[in-house]
Design a protein around this ligand. Structure first.
Ligand SMILES: C[S@@+](CC[C@H](N)C(=O)[O-])C[C@H]1O[C@@H](n2cnc3c(N)ncnc32)[C@H](O)[C@@H]1O
Ligand code: SF4
Length: 384
């Protein structure tokens, strides 16, 4: 039986962070119950399809899944269990904001089968958190970590971002030094995101008007090196451009993405990769809810973007996704999947990138060099 992952999108947050352009709403709490009902309907509409697969991972992201009442999370998971064999699911992750984690919620999550918790720490400095519009304080994170540990869930991942306003190199170093001490508090995985400043966000405005600023490129590069070296030294090996983990704790669900494996997304703006096609649901909360009031409607109504990838597009995408992993592209796996050698299809691109010392290869794999990891976008451009 083929395997598949499920992504669930919970588009609600207490308030909108200044840098964030994820599809999430604050002040629409009145819609939560209806949304969850619609989302469960969407899952049930796909029961037949899901029945042909073994669901091995579930990722509940957002938005802030921990913001809504935990009973809704249990309702969604119970719906998934109705349409698939629960015993095959190896990893169920939920994204949490530190100030919305409570003991009661964690108990419900654990009971519902969640075995991995992602906590959005972002920074350990309260003035940094404030200036990027986070609603939590560092003390909330410490409290949340204690609650998750007490619940018995032993697989915790945390999110950090850099550079950020008010984040000096010294402060970044202190942050990373603190992170590595959390190994004995079940922090097994760390995602470190390079800040993306999106147009039309409050942060873009604050930067543009000079109200806040970020470190210069040289200092950002020093931050990058300190993160990489310190995490590696302390046993968090880098296995993907932005992700580090203790051995054996690599994210199973996200690894599906980088291996170009199938997953179905449910909820507004949720993306799927299924039977050679990529598609994304509509963003409109009200329309989504209206469309899914019964079990009769079909998925097509709520799909906004749909693209069937031809063979060359699939191969190009496979190269880009594989190169995100530090181990890179496994030549034998490429050949098994596409019945062709990667080096025959992309000879010119590979040679040029090797000449520029952005990629390298050994007998089995093609991978980004240290330099390639720093300027990965230049590599991706060759394959789009
Ligand atoms: C959906 S959020 C995680 C859950 C929760 N909403 C939170 O923020 O704590 C996923 C992660 O993406 C990262 N992220 C969001 N916007 C970003 C941006 N503009 N640049 C870089 N990373 C970003 C943050 O680290 C965030 O934790
Ligand atoms: S809590 Fe997370 S999803 Fe919500 S606005 Fe902030 S970063 Fe975005």
């Amino acid at each position: 039986m083929k395997e598949i992952g499920i992504y669930i999108h919970i588009p609600f947050c207490l308030s909108k962070c200044f840098y964030c352009d994820f599809v999430s709403y604050s002040g629409r709490e009145d819609m939560i119950e209806k949304y969850v009902y619609a989302l469960c309907n969407e899952i049930i509409q796909n029961a037949e399809v899901l029945g042909e697969y073994k669901v091995t991972t579930v990722y509940i992201g957002g938005g802030t899944p921990s913001f809504i009442d935990a009973k809704y999370i249990a309702q969604i998971l119970n719906t998934i269990y109705m349409v698939t064999d629960k015993s095959c699911i190896e990893e169920i992750t939920i994204e949490c904001n530190p100030n919305s984690i409570t003991k009661e919620k964690m108990d419900v999550y654990k009971e519902a089968g969640i075995n991995r918790v992602s906590i959005g720490l972002q920074s350990i400095y309260n003035d940094v958190l404030k200036v990027i519009g986070r609603v939590h304080k560092f003390e909330d994170f410490e409290n949340a970590l204690r609650i998750v540990n007490d619940s018995g869930i032993e697989n915790i991942t945390i999110d950090l971002m850099y550079p950020l306003p008010n984040l000096t190199l010294e402060r970044l170093k202190n942050t990373v030094d603190y992170i590595v001490t959390l190994k004995d508090k079940n922090v097994k995985h760390v995602s470190i995101y390079n800040l993306e400043v999106h147009e039309n966000t409050k942060l873009a405005f604050l930067l543009q008007e000079g109200y806040v600023s970020l470190v210069d490129e040289d200092e950002e590069y020093e931050m990058y090196n300190y993160i990489k070296d310190t995490l590696e030294l302390n046993g968090f090996h880098r296995y993907e451009i932005s992700n580090y983990s203790l051995e054996g704790y690599e994210a199973k669900h996200n690894t599906r993405y980088w291996n170009q494996e199938e997953y179905l997304g449910f909820g507004i703006n949720a993306s799927s990769f299924f039977r050679g096609a990529r598609f994304t649901n509509i963003k409109d909360l009200d329309f989504y809810i209206e469309s899914l009031t019964s079990l009769d409607r079909i998925k097509d109504v709520i799909v906004d973007e749909y693209e069937e990838l031809d063979l060359l597009s699939l191969m190009k995408e496979y190269v880009i996704l594989s190169l995100r992993k530090i181990s890179g592209l496994d030549k034998a796996k490429f050949k098994y999947k596409f019945k062709k050698d990667a080096k025959d299809i992309f000879l010119e691109e590979i040679n040029e990138l090797k000449q520029d010392k952005l990629i390298d290869e050994n007998d089995t794999n093609i991978f980004l060099t240290e330099r390639g990891l720093e300027v990965a976008n230049i590599v991706w451009e060759k394959f789009v």
